[in-house]
Write a protein that binds this ligand. Structure first.
Ligand code: SAT
Ligand code: MN
Length: 595
């Protein structure tokens, strides 16, 4: 081992894991630039990382074709009783699951180095931050963790001899026999992949996958699944939300936190540059928000991460110029295509198609090829500090006070561009019934409608019925200082299947309306689903949008909504007695309003 670890719990854990996994060597990470460069150099030499001539200090990784996304049916919340995990989670008995996984872990790091990564979620030393330590045998995970979390030996100093941390154990599950040649992206077969969480003991065990949320354990595993369970116990919120600061032409600031399922444009909204003159938008986070009630009685949010792990396809100078600038250098790309002059490319990046590429499976690609050049869930990893519109307060340990919550999803029909909840309780109902058409970030059929409450279905570390109650309780505590709640749908289409709303920077028009609602500067029209903008209240200046299209975009068809009721009822029925009475009442009231 390259350094001495003074923390008792940590050194015991390292010894225990090393005994079980039997790595060739142990390396404790210090988070330095030299460490990153050295690691990347090894990855280049082994053929795992392809250096990009066109982007300074940037690399492309191509995964095994079976290891391309989070695997929800191999993700487990292992609590002492199944009821505690609830109906939206896969549950396995903790003792049995640990037995199964221990037998997989036995000898699983043979021929490899075991890396110990001390990291902080949130600014190091902030009272809202949490410390984790990931043990992994994947150098790809180490370099990504360097970007996505704060890896540093000062984390070990803060831990001291008896400080506590969240242990995150990860192995790709591909031991090497003596003399065996490694493959480009080692991993285990699907049936032996396990992404396991033990929320009652703040513990994470992941095996068999090297990809994203399965392997970078600070992200979905710690900052959402484990943290959501901690947040409920301790009275705060850990949410799947972007955070942004909007500043109006008079300099007044508004802070917005928004929850959308994966790959619904969260990163685009987080870095959006308003088309409205005089308005400014700055990014604080694009995926996760930790929020606590501060001494001013308001809800303050921090971004626990320090980088972006964004969906590449569809990202371009048209859709998200700030993301494009963020990834010009010092970036890691996964499952993008490689251009002949040493750059990355993905569907939607440029108007013109390159004449030749190496696709994400390493094959020749030309515009005639049928398959996508980049995997639809291809990703970029880049430090948040590289984003040209990162907010100067993004690392403020006190966080920023939230004014507005937005929920939403991807719906081709039924749901209008924007509406406001009647109350906090109604807002919780909107969050609890949020639905979206499925995308490639989650394994499963694409294009089906799935209820994804608060965009937390894959990420809530306990019974979702109790989670709804926790939101109701937080509302009680916040009282009149609670953020206002809105619901949006950027993706409504017309009869011909064309998007009705331009989206992207024009979404600022919708945000402006929300700010005016917060300041009581504009009224609203009552409808059965919520409060709609008054005729002409949305600022559509300099936007060529037909009034017919606008009417269609904002229309609320009672018959269509009535047709959703049985699906909402079935969704709620899943939670049985754990569904808060107040949400049952919300559904009843909603039905009655629809007549
Ligand atoms: O693969 S991750 O879970 O890290 C990203 C996502 O699905 O949002
Ligand atoms: Mn996400």
């Amino acid at each position: 081992m390259n350094s001495t670890v003074k923390n008792k719990k940590l050194s015991d854990w390292i010894t225990e894991v090393a005994g079980m996994c039997q790595p060739d060597s142990i390396y404790v990470c210090d988070g330095s630039r030299e460490e990153y460069d050295g690691m990347v150099e090894k990855l280049v030499l082994s053929g795992s990382a392809i250096p990009l001539k066109k982007r300074p200090r940037s690399y492309l990784f191509l995964s095994d074709p079976s290891d391309v996304a989070r695997v929800e049916d191999r993700t487990f919340i292992s609590t002492s009783s199944q009821a505690e995990a609830g109906p939206t989670n896969n549950w396995l008995d903790p003792a049995a699951l640990k037995e199964t996984m221990k037998s997989l872990y036995r000898g699983c790091m043979k021929g490899r180095t075991m890396y110990v990564i001390p990291f902080s979620m949130g600014p190091i030393g902030s009272p809202i931050s949490k410390i984790g330590v990931e043990i992994t045998d994947s150098p790809y995970v180490v370099v990504n963790m360097h970007i996505m979390t704060r890896v540093s030996s000062s984390v070990l100093e803060i831990l001291g001899t008896d400080g506590d941390f969240i242990p995150c154990l990860h192995s790709i599950g591909a031991p090497l026999e003596k003399g065996q040649k490694d493959v480009q992206w080692p991993c285990a077969p699907m049936e032996s992949k396990y992404i396991s969480h033990f929320p009652e003991e703040n513990l994470i065990w992941s095996y068999g996958s090297g990809y994203g949320g399965n392997a970078l354990l600070g992200k979905k595993c710690l900052a959402l699944r484990i943290a959501s369970a901690m947040a409920r116990r301790e009275g705060w919120l850990a949410e799947h939300m972007l955070i942004l600061r909007l500043t109006d032409p008079d300099g007044k600031q508004y802070h917005i936190a928004a929850a959308f399922p994966s790959a619904c444009g969260k990163t685009n909204l987080a870095m959006m540059q308003p088309s409205l003159k005089g308005w400014k938008c700055e990014c604080i986070g694009d995926d996760i928000a930790w929020m606590k009630i501060a001494s001013d009685g308001r809800l303050h949010a921090i971004n626990p991460e320090s980088g972006f792990f964004g969906v590449a396809p569809g990202t371009s100078y048209d859709t998200n110029p700030m993301a494009m600038d963020t990834i010009r250098e010092n970036a890691i790309f996964t499952n993008c295509a490689l251009t002949d002059d040493g750059d990355v490319w993905w569907e939607g990046m440029t108007g013109d198609l390159p004449s030749h590429l190496i696709d994400w499976k390493g094959r020749d690609w030309t515009p005639e090829s049928k398959a996508d050049a980049a995997h639809p869930n291809a990703r970029f990893t880049a430090a948040a500090s590289q984003c040209p519109v990162i907010c100067k307060d993004w690392e403020n340990p006190d966080g920023v006070p939230i004014d507005i919550f937005i929920f939403g999803g991807r719906r081709g029909s039924v749901v209008p561009l924007v509406y406001e909840a009647f109350s906090w309780e109604h807002g919780v109902f909107l969050g609890a019934t949020a639905a979206s058409e499925t995308t490639s970030a989650n394994i499963g059929a694409i294009g089906n409608l799935r209820r994804d409450p608060f965009a937390m279905k894959p990420f809530c570390g306990y019974n979702m019925g109790d989670y709804f109650q926790h939101w109701l309780d937080m509302g009680e505590r916040l009282g009149s200082k609670a953020p206002r709640i809105f619901y949006v749908n950027w993706f409504r289409k017309n009869q011909d299947g064309k998007f009705l709303w331009p989206g992207f920077s024009d979404n600022s028009r919708v945000l402006k309306w929300m700010c005016e609602r917060v300041d009581n500067k504009t009224g609203a029209r009552k409808s059965p689903i919520g409060l709609l903008p008054l005729e002409g209240a949305l600022d559509l200046s300099c936007l060529s949008m037909g009034s017919e299209d606008m009417r269609e975009l904002m229309s609320v068809d009672t018959a269509e909504w009535k047709a959703e009721i049985p699906d909402i009822e079935a969704h709620f029925a899943m939670f049985g007695k754990r569904l808060p009475q107040r949400l049952r009442k919300q559904l009843k009231d909603f039905s009655e309003r629809l007549g």
